[in-house]
Design a protein around this ligand. Structure first.
Ligand code: ADP
Length: 498
């Protein structure tokens, strides 16, 4: 019935080939068909092909065939479709069937080709499962995931993404990704990021000031990679975005808090600050007490020395004012205000103003204080109250060092000298003949809270340095021969600065 060539072709085919006549009876089946259905050829040839179909196709098949013969309607012929087929053992499998009519055959004959598509089905199902799982991952991910086309328009977005961007997917799709940036500057950065990912074949990421589709400000960390068509043409981008608005807000308030802390940290914690305040105020208060005692003594005299009394009361008033200014200054320091404007001042006059106070202090510490003012010193840019604080600190330190050293009172000397340096700056030096700086303070003298004194705060030199810094001056120590300590401060002359 078939030529030898046709038979060879049928046997070589991987697909099942079944030839039937106009009644549906099988005229020939190839080896693949026998294998596929589990029958031998003699079990099939001469029988109706409907035996290879499960119900309802089995009962309907003859009807279809007749309908085709009667009407000439093509039906399945030439189209092919997927059907279920039944093996000899009753098991079913999906198969792709295509049917052709043998030309010029009368009565007509047909040839059917069947391919078992079980493996394809399984592969498709596995793929679908894989895709569903991938989609589920994408939805679980707390990120905005989208695909942009080459015009940067959003073509796909995950549900979480549209949630985070404050609009349903149908509103978002088609919108330009750049519309999510806050201003022209950010827009340009966005453009550059995408272009760079495209040009460099690498992922790119940056944080952006953004607005969501509801108009709310957001901060989004975007990452992108460029897609390319098989021919290498730009194919858009895959973009993922993490909403870091909350983190950015937290960082901002942390930075604010840090800022506040830094200010306060200039005097460290509140407790230490209180000690610092006490330290600073101690000086004017000591002076006030000293003058008040002097007043008592004068008043106790049979003939009070009213000139001295008047002078002492005047000093008490001045010291009271100084204490007030110190409190003001400390408040400024904590608030982080800039120091008051620096004005040209005469350092010698500043020292002279301090002389009564220093002298009183020297008496208390039983120490000789020598003040040597250099001739014709230029004025310096400074804040007199702050500089007095520094000088008081340095002199008080010298007194305390001498007291602790156990030297006999007659030998204790503190020398305060002002002079002009070779570089044209004005220098003030406080030198004592005490034990010198303790070895353990090496490198830490100016650190806040570094102290060797039982009731010390370790703030004196630290605050002095802060003050000198705000004066753009310097503070330092130098060797004092043959023994003792020496601290100097240097300030630019007002003329030089002008
Ligand atoms: P405080 O006086 O409260 O200790 P300072 O910052 O003024 O704080 O001084 C820090 C430390 O530097 C002192 O405790 C002391 O050990 C050392 N020091 C400062 N001045 C002298 C000095 N003239 N001679 C020896 N040591 C000094």
């Amino acid at each position: 019935m078939f030529s030898q060539e046709t038979q060879a072709l049928m046997e070589a085919a991987v697909d099942a080939i079944i030839a039937i006549d106009h009644r549906g009876q099988m005229a020939a089946v190839n080896r693949a068909a026998q294998h596929m259905f589990g029958y031998r050829d003699f079990e099939l040839v001469g029988r109706n092909v409907s035996m290879l179909m499960p119900e309802p196709d089995r009962s309907a098949h003859n009807g279809h065939l007749r309908h085709h013969l009667d009407t000439g309607e093509q039906g399945i012929i030439g189209i092919g479709r997927e059907i279920m087929a039944q093996r000899k053992d009753g098991s079913l499998f999906p198969a792709r069937l295509s049917v052709g009519r043998v030309p010029d055959s009368s009565p007509p004959r047909f040839v059917g080709l069947l391919r078992d598509v079980t493996a394809e089905h399984e592969a498709t199902a596995a793929l679908k499962l894989e895709r569903d799982r991938a989609n589920a991952y994408l939805e679980l991910n707390d990120a905005i995931l989208m695909r942009l086309d080459a015009e940067r328009c959003i073509r796909e977005i995950n549900a979480r993404g549209s949630d985070l961007l404050g609009a349903p997917a149908e509103v978002i799709l088609g919108r330009n990704w750049l519309d999510l940036t806050r201003d022209e500057n950010e827009r340009e950065r966005g453009r550059l990021m995408l272009a760079s990912a495209l040009a460099n074949h690498a992922s790119r990421e940056r944080e952006f000031e953004a607005v969501d589709f509801a108009g709310a400000p957001r901060r989004i960390h975007w990452r992108c990679i460029a897609l390319r068509a098989p021919d290498g043409a730009p194919g858009g981008w895959l973009v993922s975005g993490a909403d870091v608005t909350d983190r950015a807000r937290r960082e901002e308030s942390a930075a604010l808090a840090q800022d506040r802390l830094t200010r306060v940290a200039r005097l460290a914690s509140m407790g230490e600050m209180a000690t610092g305040v006490a330290h600073e105020l101690n000086q004017p208060l000591t002076a006030i007490t000293t003058y008040a005692r002097a007043c008592e003594r004068y008043l106790a005299m049979p003939e009070p020395d009213f000139a001295e009394l008047k002078e002492a009361v005047r000093e008490i008033g001045a010291e009271g004012l100084r204490a007030g200014r110190i409190i003001d200054r400390l408040r400024q320091l904590v608030r982080g205000d800039e120091p008051s404007e620096l004005v040209p001042i005469d350092l010698t006059a500043v020292v002279e103003d301090l002389r009564p106070l220093l002298a009183a202090d020297a008496r208390v510490f039983d120490t000789r204080l020598e003040i040597h003012a250099g001739p014709d010193l230029p004025r310096v840019q400074g804040d007199a109250v702050q500089l007095q604080q520094v000088i008081l600190n340095l002199v008080r330190n010298a007194f305390e060092a001498l007291e602790g050293a156990g030297a006999s009172p007659g030998q204790r000397v503190v020398r305060l000298t002002t002079s002009r340096t070779a570089g044209g700056e004005v220098e003030l030096e406080v030198r004592d003949n005490g034990p010198g700086f303790p070895a353990e303070m090496s490198g830490r003298l100016f650190h806040p809270f570094a102290t060797t004194k039982k009731s010390g705060t370790g703030l004196g030199l630290a605050m002095s340095r802060t003050i000198l810094q705000s004066h753009r001056g310097t503070i330092g120590i130098r060797e004092a021969a043959p023994n003792g300590a020496c601290v100097y401060i240097r300030l630019h002359s007002a003329e030089e600065r002008a």
